[in-house]
Design a protein around this ligand. Structure first.
Ligand SMILES: *Cc1c(COP(=O)(O)O)cnc(C)c1O
Length: 404
């Protein structure tokens, strides 16, 4: 809320890469009396969401749902399949991959961290080379963040699978899709992922508070002998209850009503259309950034994220001062630079329940904010995005093309 007034009319622009704005339909779906989580009414809901969530992960195997933020699902992914002292190969894509690595250390694992500069996704060649060196197969898991939310770079998850296979290595494959699921195409089964980690508050359009592990048969088998301690996160505790639509402890009942609605909405739009919409919003944003003469942090076009774009501010300027001005002037929240990117970048979130005009307004807020903050830039970013959206509308709707 701008500091100089008491009430701000209209909706706050939450353009951070998660949490994302929750659609009214989902808010209404959750606006229900809390129900008996051991009763027959809940059982129907539990069965439905446990079954239907599989389609979003593109898997036929089981998806566990925890009442927790994404960090919990990270912990669940590691503790269910690994034992103390196990080596895990992780790739440094940015802030979130670093946090996952630090968690692995705290849990008593031995991560091997392939270092990189936070401007690309994971590199399959580097992973393959490291696995080939591991002749005795001491590495038990490869961990990759699909969409690195701190940088706006996407890792090629299918290509990393091929790299693991090319090295002939039996390690499990763990992937964080917290900011990519339901925004960027992800295929748990086809890409041979063993544990997929995700969360509710980004592409799934829900409030924070649910997180997920989609697991392969191989991961389930590994969980039978994994020795890291767990109870809250234990798949084994969950399985017998989930079979009947229940959970071993109190689930996030009202969030599950929301999840039920979110899955319906994704299916009504069609996942491919959801991904195409995210691609379009990302492309419009990048065109605006280029027109402003600013630099996109991700330097590998093949790794550009459709969830968010991180923008570098020129030397001598502070991205957080700019963000504060945008918030004050226009009631819009942009994402901050995390850890080593603090003050150097701002992030424009374009994921979740968003349309072309919302993106246009967000880009207008950025362009005006650049002016207010005195950040050197050229005009015309908003115009470039408008031109792109117009041509996309013509392309996608034949009746509009006729008007040309
Ligand atoms: C948001 C995010 C996390 C952390 O999730 P929390 O819900 O904040 O615990 C982890 N990884 C990625 C890629 C994220 O975007």
């Amino acid at each position: 809320m701008p500091s100089n007034s008491t009430r701000v009319a209209g909706r706050h622009f939450l353009q951070i890469p998660g949490p994302t704005p929750v659609p009214d339909r989902i808010l209404r779906a959750m606006d229900m009396p809390v129900l008996d989580h051991r009763g027959p009414e809940f059982q129907k809901l539990g069965r439905r969401v446990l079954e239907n969530i599989k389609g979003v992960f593109k898997t036929k195997s089981h998806v566990f749902i925890f009442p927790a933020s994404g960090t919990g699902a990270w912990e669940a992914s590691l503790t269910n399949v690994l034992s103390p002292g196990d080596k895990v190969l992780m790739f440094e894509t940015g802030h979130f991959s670093t946090l996952w690595k630090n968690m692995a250390i705290k849990l008593g694992l031995e991560p091997i961290f392939i270092e990189a500069d936070w401007r690309t996704g994971a590199q399959p060649d580097a992973i393959e080379a490291r696995l080939r060196e591991d002749k005795n197969h001491e590495i038990k898991a490869v961990c990759v963040v699909h969409n690195e939310t701190s940088t706006g770079c996407v890792s090629p998850i299918g290509a990393v699978r091929k790299a693991i296979d090319a090295a002939g290595h039996p390690a499990l494959y763990l992937v964080d899709t917290i900011s990519s699921l339901a925004s960027i195409d992800f295929r748990h089964d086809e890409w041979g992922v063993d544990v997929t980690v995700s969360g509710s508050q980004k592409g799934l359009m829900l409030p924070p508070g649910l997180s997920f592990n989609a697991v392969s048969e191989k991961a389930l088998a590994a969980s039978k002998t994994a020795k890291l301690p767990k109870l809250f996160w234990s798949w084994e505790e969950m399985i017998p209850h989930n079979k009947n639509g229940f959970f071993p402890y109190t689930p996030g009942t009202n969030l599950l009503y929301g999840l039920d609605a979110a899955i319906d909405m994704l299916n009504e739009e069609g996942l491919d259309n959801v991904f195409a919409r995210h691609d379009r919003h990302a492309e419009a944003t990048r065109r605006a950034v280029r027109a402003w003469g600013l630099e996109i942090l991700c330097r590998e076009p093949a790794h550009y994220s459709s969830s968010l774009t991180a923008v570098i501010v020129p030397d001598g300027h502070n991205a957080d001062d700019f963000r504060a001005k945008v918030l004050d002037a226009f009631d819009m929240s942009l994402g901050t630079g995390l850890t080593k990117l603090t003050g150097k970048v701002f992030r424009i979130g374009h994921l979740g329940d968003t349309n072309d005009l919302t993106i246009m307004a967000a880009l207008a807020g950025v362009e005006m904010g650049l002016e207010l903050a005195g950040i050197p830039h050229k005009k015309g970013g908003v115009a470039a995005a408008m031109e792109y959206f117009t041509s996309e509308a013509r392309k996608n709707q034949p009746s509009l093309a006729a008007a040309e």
